[in-house]
Design a protein around this ligand. Structure first.
Ligand code: BGC
Length: 423
């Protein structure tokens, strides 16, 4: 009985708190949020937003579509939109935000942005991506760095590898020792987006950020067909030697778990992988190591997750969207979410003392490369080129990676053709 009363009281108080948060005019509404945050670390991070929204009295309708990199989620989003029933919010990134804006399907967040002073808070490189036609239509959740190498220090030690490889040559030399010691050098999942993640990282490590920009952002045919690209493609193909036979179709987080449990020594992956190490209770610098991907110390491949809002007619739904957008940039969400997700906050003004050394290095490198050059958008994660062009590059990269007889030269020619079609 006492228990029952206490529960009743709690519910009543909860109701009061909700009414107070929502204010006099606001109405409780529902936001259906499409995302692909389904791995252990990702799901922990996503639950933070759900909780904060619900604490404000709104409802979160989860629309999670599994599949790393989000390709499946985007296909599902397109079919929902085509049937005239898009969710109210969706994880849409980079140039794709412009594509949805052009279709006239996105709602505006200018009021929230003005109240929250997004223009002052956000680095220009982020603020720009969130706007369509001069209006805010999306809110940034974080900044992921893609060019990371994750390593298991115990496996490296067992194999007699003293330092985390800093160059591509060192990567292959370490790989040989690791293989000889009976471990898999590089954990990988053979899926197009993961192949493309390794590919762009090798392009960056081979040609540097200016070359990367010309080739994979500006799609300059001269860069795509150059000797540097052919060399990068050949090196990319060589990374297969470091991988295991079971990689085909493997999810990225399963590959991360191979580094966690010591089956594999390293993984080339963005820092959502850190979310998996964190969820496993591991500490960077002790249980696992993070280092810029070989040859890319001076560069930062950015991948900004963002939630775009679809135009809705229901007032309460619109209020819930606005609340969601506001919450996303508040310090509490930025901190808790990014600690779990492995990324750094989208707003650089926050106290980073609770973040680990990988995140601190990420923020430092983000700011340094933004000022000095070297900050480049990730092609593999939808930040650099239109979705159709990205799809064409993925096809070429994956076919080449898995083909026994396509040469690096032929793959480069295909990239040039794809760029010419895209122009
Ligand atoms: C997204 C991350 C996500 C990763 C794996 C990336 O494209 O930006 O948020 O964790 O894919 O699914």
């Amino acid at each position: 009985m006492r228990m029952f009363k206490r529960t009743l009281l709690k519910t009543a108080l909860g109701g009061l708190a909700v009414a107070a948060t929502l204010g006099a005019t606001a109405q409780a509404g529902e936001v259906e949020v499409l995302h692909w945050w389904t791995s252990g670390g990702e799901a922990r991070a996503a639950s933070v937003l759900k909780q904060l929204l619900e604490e404000e009295g709104h409802q979160w309708k989860d629309f999670a579509v599994a599949g790393g990199g989000g390709e499946t989620a985007m296909t599902v989003l397109k079919s929902r939109a085509m049937s005239g029933n898009p969710p109210s919010a969706a994880q849409i990134k980079g140039p794709e935000i412009q594509e949805w804006g052009e279709l006239g399907l996105l709602g505006q967040l200018d009021g929230v942005a003005e109240q929250g002073r997004w223009g002052e808070l956000l680095p220009p490189v982020i603020a720009e991506v969130m706007q369509y036609d001069g209006h805010y239509v999306a809110v940034p959740v974080n900044v992921h760095r893609v060019n990371w190498l994750w390593a298991n220090p115990e496996v490296l030690e067992q194999a007699g590898v003293e330092n985390v490889p800093a160059t591509l040559d060192e990567l292959f030399a370490a790989g040989e020792k690791i293989r000889d010691a009976g471990y898999i050098p590089l954990a990988h999942g053979g899926q197009p987006w993961q192949d493309a993640t390794v590919f762009e990282t090798v392009v960056l490590g081979t040609g540097g950020p200016e070359f990367y920009r010309r080739a994979l952002v500006e799609l300059d045919p001269d860069a795509l067909g150059s000797d540097t690209m052919i060399q990068a493609l050949a090196t990319f193909k060589r990374t297969r030697e470091l991988m295991d036979d079971g990689m085909s179709g493997r999810d990225w987080n399963i590959a991360t778990s191979m580094v966690i449990n010591g089956k594999a020594a390293m993984q080339l992956m963005g820092d959502w992988a850190k979310g998996e190490f964190t969820a496993a209770g591991m500490t960077p610098g002790e249980d696992y190591l993070c280092a810029p991907a070989p040859g890319t110390e001076e560069a930062f491949t950015f991948n900004i997750d963002s939630l775009a809002m679809f135009r809705v007619s229901d007032e309460s739904e619109r209020e819930a969207q606005q609340a969601l957008a506001r919450l996303v940039l508040e310090p509490e969400f930025q901190k808790t979410f990014n600690l779990a997700k492995g990324s750094i906050p989208a707003r650089p003004d926050l106290d980073m003392s609770e973040f680990d050394q990988c995140a601190q290095q990420s923020l430092e490198d983000f700011q340094r490369t933004a000022e000095e050059g070297g900050l480049v958008p990730s092609m593999a994660h939808g930040m650099a080129v239109r979705a159709d062009v990205q799809g064409a590059i993925f096809d070429i990269v994956t076919n080449y990676f898995n083909s026994a007889d396509m040469t690096a030269q032929q793959a480069a020619e295909r990239l040039v053709n794809a760029a010419n079609v895209a122009m």
